[in-house]
Design a protein. Structure first.
Lengths: 185, 214
């Protein structure tokens, strides 16, 4: 199915070269990686094509890929698409930023699927991906003055473990750093 | 007054009491909570107010929709950091005498969300809590127990002298700092006026020494 969609995208959207990302887990939920420049055109095609009619975007989420030996790290937005009309899906579509620090812009797919609006705001809030073309890109869970992105893997949470009467594991380690005399030996 | 004489007099139809007793009796039996729920604990709080558990037996069935008319705030559920300033502001708006019950694991310590980034690790960081109830969520019986504990506490308060309640001390504050939204956390992360760690640790260590000695 994904191969077929890939071919159709390549013929119908000029310049679009989607890549199939294989999922090695037992679910085998493979996904389609779109490039930022053609993402909106490709998404519009997926929605409007008479055979696909992926008219429902059920879920948008983010993934933070840290720097590894082979890659410099990037952020991903993942869209799960279904067709209410044709009763098929999900088709998983991914968009990738260039890196994790300064080139973190992606085109917003909210103009294509309205249901992505709040979820893209959530991805912006928690992962820090900036969606160009989003009608109202504000933080949705954290307060406006907040500067971090809590779901990033290098996020450091505020250290408020001053008083831990029943600490164990990670909390115990943190509480000890706070007040070594607080914990019984 | 001698207890026996008092009982004897009451048999003759003479009631003797003190102003303090009368005052506390009235206060403890008309503690009106605020209509204020935060998470799943609020469902248990609602159940407590319904016919089966019937908190009306304790004179607390009148949930007031305004902090100005309420005596008690039941912090029932997870306090997110985004919500914490509003909880403190509601507490500040209540008229004295006012009481706080922290209901459930989240409200007393952050509960299962303790290690998260957006859950306050206990509402006692910002406002003085009178009764803590553990549980996830606590059953209505636990809330009733907390309520009876609060009633006992009110009943034991004297109107004069050192043991008089907080609101009758002219120096103690009745409003507390509303935390501001900071770049990484709430500012300040706790109110040292309310959240006293050292005292707790000292008393806890004293207890451990006693237990070890035995």
């Amino acid at each position: 199915m994904l191969e077929e969609i890939k071919l159709r995208l390549e013929t119908s959207v000029p310049g679009c070269h989607p890549e199939i990302i294989l999922n090695g887990s037992p679910s085998e939920q493979h996904s389609l990686l779109l490039d930022s420049a053609h993402a909106v055109d490709a998404a519009t095609f997926l929605r409007d094509d008479a055979e696909l009619r992926l008219d429902y975007c059920s879920n948008v989420t983010g993934v933070d890929w840290l720097q590894t030996e082979t890659s410099h790290g990037y952020l991903e937005a993942v869209y799960h698409l279904y067709s209410m009309e044709k009763k098929h899906g999900p088709v998983v579509v991914r968009l990738r930023t260039e890196n994790r620090t300064d080139r973190i812009h992606l085109p917003s797919l909210t103009p294509v699927w309205r249901s992505a609006e709040f979820q893209e705001r959530e991805v912006f809030d928690l992962y820090g991906i900036i969606f160009d073309g989003h009608p109202d890109l504000r933080r949705i869970l954290m307060w406006d003055e907040f500067e971090d992105h809590p779901m990033r893997k290098d996020y450091v949470e505020p250290d408020d473990y001053e008083y831990e009467p029943t600490a164990h594991d990670d909390v115990l380690t943190k509480a000890k750093q706070h007040a070594p005399q607080q914990q019984p030996e | 007054m001698d207890q026996k004489l008092r009982i004897e007099l009451s048999k003759q139809g003479i009631v003797v009491t003190t102003l303090e007793e009368l005052y506390n009796w009235g206060r403890k039996n008309s503690v009106w909570p605020m209509t204020f729920g935060l998470a799943c604990c609020a469902i248990e709080m609602i159940a407590t107010s319904m016919a089966r558990y019937d908190i009306a037996r304790f004179g607390a069935e009148v949930f007031r929709p305004s902090p100005r008319q309420a005596d008690l705030i039941i912090v029932s559920g997870t306090v997110t950091k985004k919500m914490a300033p509003q909880v403190v502001r509601l507490y500040n708006q209540m008229a004295e005498p006012k009481y706080v019950i922290a209901m459930g694991a989240c409200a007393i310590s952050g509960g299962p969300f303790k290690q998260g980034y957006n859950v306050l690790k206990g509402i006692d960081r910002y406002i003085p809590v009178d009764v803590h109830i553990p549980g996830c969520p606590p059953r209505p019986e636990a809330l009733i127990d907390a309520f009876m504990t609060l009633q006992k506490k009110i009943d034991a308060q004297t109107l004069t002298g050192e043991s008089r309640p907080r609101h009758l001390h002219p120096d103690t504050p009745s409003e507390f700092v509303v935390p501001r939204f900071g770049a990484h956390d709430l500012e300040p992360p706790n109110n040292p006026q309310v959240f006293r760690i050292l005292n707790n640790v000292d008393s806890r260590h004293a207890g451990e020494v006693d237990a070890g000695g035995n």
